[in-house]
Design a protein around this ligand. Structure first.
Ligand SMILES: C[S@@+](CC[C@H](N)C(=O)[O-])C[C@H]1O[C@@H](n2cnc3c(N)ncnc32)[C@H](O)[C@@H]1O
Length: 210
């Protein structure tokens, strides 16, 4: 089904293709095509003015969001130096440097730097899967009232919904952490959340009204 959906996706700009190819060749995990298209459609509907992304990698999703919403500002955080440098190069090449602010460092330690760039209308969590709850708790207070939070990889290759363990202990621990996060998020009284089996699974959370 995924291949069929991918075959229907509109042709992308040459630079976007170049980034997809780079990610593939260098084994950099970027959003799956159908997953990013779903996020871009949510952005078109929600029209956020400021977006915060945790996990830039090479800037693929940040750039796709920037090209989809040319008037939105994007702040994105990456702790891997080489990926950060590559993201900067790609963003420079795209001409979107003024729109995308890439911060280098561990998102768990950049609270202050991020805070004064907010408030944000959209939070995209796409970094270390074992830390999702901490990212959510740290950055959700920096959001505007009607903000949307999307967490990627919440079904992690289908393992999260499977009853059978993998043969890898670390993977099993990670799966267990994602399950705990999903349960915590679904029960969070401040947010309405739905999990969609799109891409690697995405949780869409919306703050409840007062
Ligand atoms: C899945 S990739 C992000 C992909 C990107 N959002 C895209 O679709 O183009 C996750 C990235 O998060 C980064 N990362 C993981 N934990 C982080 C943390 N605590 N702070 C900052 N970056 C982090 C990793 O180095 C990795 O490059």
């Amino acid at each position: 089904m995924n291949t069929y959906l991918e075959s229907l996706v509109r042709e992308r700009q040459p630079l976007i293709h170049e980034m997809e190819q780079y990610a593939n060749e260098h084994h950099v995990p970027i959003m799956e095509l159908v997953g990013i298209e779903a996020i871009l459609q949510i952005l078109r509907i929600a029209q956020p003015k400021k977006i915060l992304e945790i996990g830039t990698a090479i800037g693929y999703s940040a750039l796709r969001m920037a090209l989809t919403l040319p008037h939105a500002e994007i702040v994105t955080v990456e702790r891997h130096k080489q990926r950060y440098d590559t993201a900067r190069d790609f963003v420079k090449k795209s001409g979107c440097s003024k729109q995308i602010d890439i911060l280098f460092g561990n998102a768990l330690e950049l609270e202050e730097q991020v805070k004064h760039r907010g408030p944000f209308d959209f939070l995209f969590i796409d970094a270390a899967k074992g830390q999702y709850k901490r990212f959510f708790e740290l950055y959700s207070p920096m959001l505007s009232q009607n903000a949307i939070i999307i967490t990627d990889n919440v079904l992690y290759k289908g393992f999260v919904a499977s009853k059978i363990d993998t043969e890898n202990k670390r993977t099993n621990q990670l799966i267990s952490k994602i399950r705990n996060y999903n349960e915590w998020l679904m029960k969070n009284p401040l947010y309405d959340t739905t999990i969609l089996p799109v891409g690697d699974g995405m949780a869409i959370s919306k703050r409840r009204g007062d």
